[in-house]
Design a protein. Structure first.
Length: 104
């Protein structure tokens, strides 16, 4: 009986309608806010990852600019560069052979 009297009050009905509207009907409802918070957390973790990668790249760039031996090592490993009087032999690793399925 007392619950029925509470719902006869226009303020309680208005408050209940407002809560239902905000939780389920509104464009920025509760579930949308939770999804946006999850997206924000994902973006923040991506930002941290990329900032770490930028710092690593800056460190590598500084090393390449200041250390000729590191520059030569990078050029030899990455681009297979060689001196005029050298020969380079590229030996595939066993992991590459497993990935190709021994197609040769």
């Amino acid at each position: 009986m007392q619950i029925i009297k509470a719902f006869q009050n226009k303020y309680i009905i208005t408050l209940a309608g407002f809560i239902v509207f905000m939780l389920f009907i509104d464009h920025n409802d509760f579930f949308m806010q939770m999804d946006r918070r999850r997206q924000l957390n994902d973006l923040m973790s991506s930002k941290a990852y990329y900032e770490k990668q930028i710092e690593q790249t800056k460190k590598n760039l500084s090393e390449l600019q200041n250390n000729p031996a590191a520059l030569e090592k990078f050029a030899r490993e990455k681009y297979l560069l060689k001196r005029d009087n050298e020969d380079i032999f590229v030996v595939p690793s066993t992991e590459n052979q497993k990935k190709t399925g021994d197609k040769q």
